[in-house]
Design a protein around this ligand. Sequence first.
Ligand SMILES: *[C@@H]1O[C@H](CO)[C@@H](O)[C@H](O)[C@H]1NC(C)=O
Ligand SMILES: *[C@@H]1O[C@H](CO)[C@@H](O)[C@H](O)[C@H]1NC(C)=O
Ligand SMILES: *[C@@H]1O[C@H](CO)[C@@H](O)[C@H](O)[C@H]1NC(C)=O
Length: 807
Amino acid sequence: MLFAAFLIFASPVVDAAAAWDGSRFAWYTSDAGDDFKSGLPIGNGRLGAAVFGTATEKLVLNENSVWSGPWLDRANPKSKDAVPAIRQMLLSGDITGAGQSAMNNMAGNPTSPRAYHPLVNVGMDFGHGSGISSYTRWLDTYQGTAGVNYLYGGTNYSREYVASYPHGVLAFRLSANTPGKLNVKLSLSRTQWVLSQTASVGSNTGSHTVALSANSGQSSGAITFWSEARIVNSGGTATSDGKTISITGANTVDVFFDAETSYRYPNAAAAQAEVKRKLDAAVAAGYPAVRSAAIADFSGLMGRVKLDLGSSGDAGLQPTPTRLSNFKKNAGADPQLMTLMFNFGRHLLASSSRDTGPLSLPANLQGLWNQDYSPAWQSKYTININLEMNYWPALVTNLAETQKPVFDLLNVAIPRGRAVAKTMYGCDRGFVLHHNTDLWGDAAPVDKGTPYTVWPMGAAWLSSDAMEHYRFTQNKTFLADVAWPILRETAQFYYCHLFKWNGYWTAGPSLSPEHAFVVPPNLRQSNAHEGLDISIEMDNQLLHQLFTNILETCTLLSLPASNTDCATAASYLPLIRPPAINPTTNRLQEWRSPSYADTEPGHRHFSPLWGLYPGRQLTNSSSLAAASAALLDHRLASGSGSTGWSRAWAVNLYARLGRGGDAWRHAQALVQTFPSANLWNSDSGAGTPFQIDGNFGFVSGVAEMLVQSHRVDRDGGVVVDLLPALPAEQVSRGRVEGLVARGGFVVSELVWEGGKFVKATVVAGSGGVLRVRVQGGKGFKVDGVRYDEGKGVETKVGGVYQITADG
Ligand SMILES: *[C@@H]1O[C@H](CO)[C@@H](O)[C@H](O)[C@H]1NC(C)=O
Ligand SMILES: *[C@@H]1O[C@H](CO)[C@@H](O)[C@H](O)[C@H]1NC(C)=O
Ligand SMILES: *[C@@H]1O[C@H](CO)[C@@H](O)[C@H](O)[C@H]1NC(C)=O
């Protein structure tokens, strides 16, 4: 790719620009050069491509089970005997000694699990160097497709890229509008651990093959993959040099690609048979059929939600880089860029996380897209915020099925976590996860530092996501077969691990993710910066949610009170320490005592506010909400929001506080600060690594401004909150279709004007009592009748209810 020119051309004609709906398309008048973060991402939930659009096309392809090696048993056997002593040191005030002992005895060996790796690159040399004009490159977030068009030598050349979930392959069509003008030399390449690379020509009109297999470079147990592209030309002739295929004089060339790995297949023959099966089927169907099935599937998911936050006029019709740069100066002028970011986030989720059968894998730190053998933070699954944030939009924006890979991975992790519970904590029941995992469900502590390594709470957070999946979908089978086993086994670990402190069941050694405190004068070493302690505020909130979820499940599944899991949770819940408010600052307290001071007042994590979002405990009382707001304001005033995901979390938190203006301001700041050229979120702005979580947290943040449903009313029913945090000043009119509330209610339409609610339609997917609140307590009618807050509305399954502003 060294000779790939970096193309910059002005947009050819204004008419052409008019076609680029500013809420739907990211588009460019230049190629990506060698900038991965300008590559356009498509995916079918397992296979992904980043489209560079260079003169010699470069596609970075990924498959989500290509990781750096086999499972590693990293658990530290010294931990089991050390944990009681470490706990004792923390209780007796030797904070620094406890931290040192934890690092010596509990850190994993090695300290990191596996890393996510690239698959192969596709090169397509068309023989077009300089002389390209009228260049456009685009991503369609509604259809999940990308493409390139340009003129060269008087011919219009097009490339279209599709990721097909139904056929399980990637498919590309290359074409020229003058017959016989298409020449292309196609190759697969990889810089590491190639096992074999072949190419062969089939019959003239039939399919030609380019194949590459490789492994992850380990001597035994390496993950091996088999990849293959089938090339079908219309017109022209094909030749091969044994590694590449050259087509000359064609009208169109279609390419179908698949790769399968040893992660999901027992041997090479089985994986290769699957590659053959998928490619045979795709070639037999032909590109137009593969394309239309892919688009029907993808647009079916995307079309469930439609967002209109107002038009940007001409500002929204500009190429994406121009919009991003204008947005930094005047965010208010391009509301459609906010809509595009929302649609792009859903595009990324539907592209990177699908149920692809057993052992489907969730979106990692880079979703599905990675070109590096040493990606930032191994591009793994970080579960002290990042993996969970990836799925914040899943339920509320009606993509519940994209969560299935999370539960598949949890089921892989449970046996690992049982083993670690036993070896590291001496617990014979239940499972434990720390702050990262990989495709093998790695459960041991990761890295080596007191503010992040020993955090035995990963499963508690993930189990709460399983419960939320039920709350939105009302799928009782899921609750009984998937969520309940996860909840009860998560809790069983804590029945072993928790100890009584000041009368409360308490976790520890643990930490408040990634934040350190200043050791107070009465403890050792006074003034040292440490992370490890007991009775962390976030841990208490996670435990409160866990036992609450278990009791709710016991009721929903009609389990008897004598059921051991139900009875034990009932006995633990009242003895979980309630949230504390620092009496001096009036802010929610992050650690066990108000005498612990922040080392970083503007820390990026909002761990003590877990119970505000994504949890709910802190939304349940005005004093806790006020203390939460005080902490949130203080964090941001001190410089938090410094990473894309941190800023996105702030958006969701302000939305939960009903402060729509602030939520919107931070959402705009996110778009001004963190997106790269292709709209991917970056860790901390231009030049820092791609990290996908911020794209997803942005989507849920916008949704939380418009519809919430975490509040329960007096008798425990869900309240569907319409426009609870509308940024009425900044987005005075708008409309959204298809957001989902807990209880299985779909808000199929929601309209506001002049900053005020106008009307909504709610579909009761599962029946039940519909309780509604509008803009924090305004009066309204349901089907023309004034709403009675005491009663709610008794709904029928599938019933449709019209809500209109009162008067
Ligand atoms: C090239 O063809 C595509 C359709 O295949 C069209 O969208 C594009 O506008 C054409 N480009 C030029 C410069 O004519
Ligand atoms: C309900 O959950 C079960 C178990 O996860 C799943 O197999 C089924 O497809 C789900 N039903 C629906 C309608 O999504
Ligand atoms: C909210 O508070 C009430 C009263 O203190 C309590 O009964 C209820 O369980 C709490 N709900 C949640 C979700 O924490």
